[in-house]
Write a protein of this length. Structure first.
Lengths: 509, 62
């Protein structure tokens, strides 16, 4: 039986490229690839100091790809990989002997975990050496950076249990997987964690997506948007597709935020130099103050949302690496879409957005906009023009909403009790209005309902002065017809009933 | 999760609701414009949910 070989190195650019090489790709070729250079800079930013190389390592995703394609090639390829573990500082490198002999004290094991930055599986392939990669993210930078799509990855290093919060990345091999397949593979890593759906290998994703396909599946020539949607259905989820090419502009940044905050990775299809490319968005940078003045629906300003405070998204870009920055920019006037992304010096023009959602999540962000736009038209006249008004809209598990209500120090016990005791659907859209930084009202919308029905399920007035102002407004007989015209009759009646005693009202059927 | 967050940089200031500074006539005037705005927005949002065949067939390969 072959022994496991563990080797350790002080972290450096040359050491990284050396441990990534294999019989088909030498160090110089690795050094010339953008992925390796990106990963070196990324790990340097995380203060990597040690590399431990573990070989052989059997990787399930690679083994599946190997069995589908590489094993049948005339040129022999290995069926196993190397796994490279990264640690802050020199401790791991200096204690390799203790790691292999089992002589590490309990506190040293704790230190090893504390300094663990994650791993890269190095595939024994020509060029596409970066296999499954799970690395730590940058810190939150005072609650500016948000990575809601992470999950736990465990790595067992000769009996030492290590773990890292990450979202797995891999480079496309251009045979079994082009960028779209890899983007789906990354998304399914998280949706499996969220919904219990499957997380198939790239080979399975490509084949499933091309069940009806005029050309051959392998070598893969990429996927169409329709094929991406087919692959999402294959794992038991539904593709929420937003076409940004042939439809009126929508508040794209707030739309992306509304799904990301739930933890759903988003497949952004963008036009980049060379053609259409897929990037899996998985985080965002939220500033304290707005970085843009307005978002657009059609040719009109959208309601002010916290997308106005987002200056960057983070995404797995298989042309570069994990957690890449996409800087949000207003596009020039002649551009096809009002928003564009600056990505490592090149511009990415958004074409479509595809989100794999649980089948019961039926209302979209745009459906929710239809209702919140109505209430905003009225609430905005009650607020001084000098005040800052912002909507926070996002998909949410209702139990997470209840947990946040429980933990709030700003709500009365009566209001808390009324909310946590409300029967709510599993998935809701949370829509909160803030005035000058304080949340004044929550609207909970049933995400599992029908877009054409009336889906507002619960209204929690957190601010007594706003509730009082609304009562006064809605009791002016001469305004009732206008207000009903803005809200619709059902919304008007529900709002009125929600204001009777200042406590949230849940509709009873 | 930011459900209880105090957003922005003005979190310590009280909320200012100005109903008393607005007359019924002013409110009626403001709201009268809103119906048309809401209808236009809803129409745009409905169109924004459509998907074109061209987008469905777009090949993503780089």
């Amino acid at each position: 039986m072959a022994a496991i070989e563990l080797r350790s190195f002080p972290f450096s650019e040359q050491a990284l490229y050396s441990v990534l090489e294999n019989p088909h790709t030498n160090r110089a070729e690795i050094a010339s690839r953008a992925h390796a250079r990106y990963l070196f800079h990324y790990l340097s930013e995380l203060h990597a100091g040690s590399i431990i190389s573990e070989s052989p390592y059997i990787d399930g995703d690679y083994l599946d790809d190997f069995a589908t394609y590489y094993v049948r090639c005339f040129t022999p390829y290995l069926n196993h990989c190397k796994r490279l573990h990264f640690f802050v500082g020199a401790f791991a490198h200096e204690n390799l002997t203790k790691i292999t002999s089992g002589a590490l004290a309990k506190e040293d094991l704790g230190r090893l975990q504390q300094e663990y930055l994650g791993f890269i599986v190095a595939r024994p392939l020509p060029q596409a050496v970066i296999g499954r990669t799970a690395l730590k993210t940058f810190d939150g930078d005072k609650n500016r950076r948000h990575y809601p799509c992470l999950r736990l990855y465990r790595a067992n290093l000769v009996g030492i249990q290590l773990s890292v919060e990450s979202l797995a990345f891999q480079e496309q091999d251009t045979v079994l997987a082009a960028c779209a397949t890899v983007a789906l593979w990354t998304s399914f890593q998280k949706t499996a964690d969220l919904f219990g759906s499957t997380a198939p290998s790239p080979a399975v994703i490509t084949r499933a997506s091309q069940a009806i396909h005029l050309g051959r599946s392998f070598p893969s020539q990429g996927l169409s948007v329709l094929e991406i949607c087919t692959a999402i259905r294959h794992v038991g989820l539904e593709p929420e597709l937003f076409d940004l090419q042939h439809t009126p502009p929508v508040p794209l940044v707030s739309l992306l935020y509304s799904y990301l905050r739930f933890g759903l990775p988003i497949i952004l299809v963008a036009n980049v130099p060379g053609g259409l490319h897929a990037i899996t968005l998985n985080g965002y940078s939220l500033r304290n103050d707005p970085v843009r003045t307005t978002e657009i629906i059609g040719d009109k300003p959208a309601i002010p949302m916290n997308g106005l405070r987002i200056d960057k998204f983070y995404g797995h870009d298989d042309q570069l690496g994990p957690f890449c920055r996409l800087v949000v920019q207003d596009a020039p006037a002649n551009s096809p879409y009002p928003i564009q992304f600056l990505r490592e010096g090149t511009i990415a023009h958004p074409i479509a957005v595809i989100i794999p959602v649980y089948n019961k999540v039926r209302l979209t962000f745009l459906d929710v906009q239809m209702w919140i736009s109505r209430i905003h038209q009225v609430l905005k006249i009650l607020v001084r023009p000098t005040s800052t008004v912002e909507w926070n809209i996002g998909l949410l598990f209702s139990n997470d909403y209840k947990r946040a209500v429980r933990e709030s120090e700003l709500l009365s016990d009566d209001l808390k009790r009324a909310i946590v005791m409300s029967a709510l659907p599993r998935f809701v859209w949370y829509c909160a209005l803030s005035v000058d930084g304080r949340i004044v009202v929550d609207f909970i919308i049933d995400a599992t309902g029908l877009a054409r029905s009336f889906p507002v399920y619960l209204i929690a007035w957190r601010d007594a002065s706003l509730a009082a102002a609304m009562v006064k407004l809605m009791n002016v007989a001469s305004l009732e017809k206008t207000l009903r015209g803005i809200f619709s009759d059902r919304f008007f009646d529900f709002l009125k009933s929600s204001l009777r005693d200042g406590l949230p009202v849940t509709r009873i059927f | 999760m930011e459900l209880n967050a105090q957003n922005g940089s003005k979190g310590d200031q009280p909320v200012r609701i100005t109903w008393n500074e607005l007359t019924v006539e002013q409110a009626a005037l403001e709201l009268s414009h809103s119906i048309a705005d809401v209808e236009a927005t809803v129409a745009d949002l409905e169109r924004a949910q459509q998907v074109s065949q061209q987008t469905l067939e777009s090949k993503i390969s780089v």
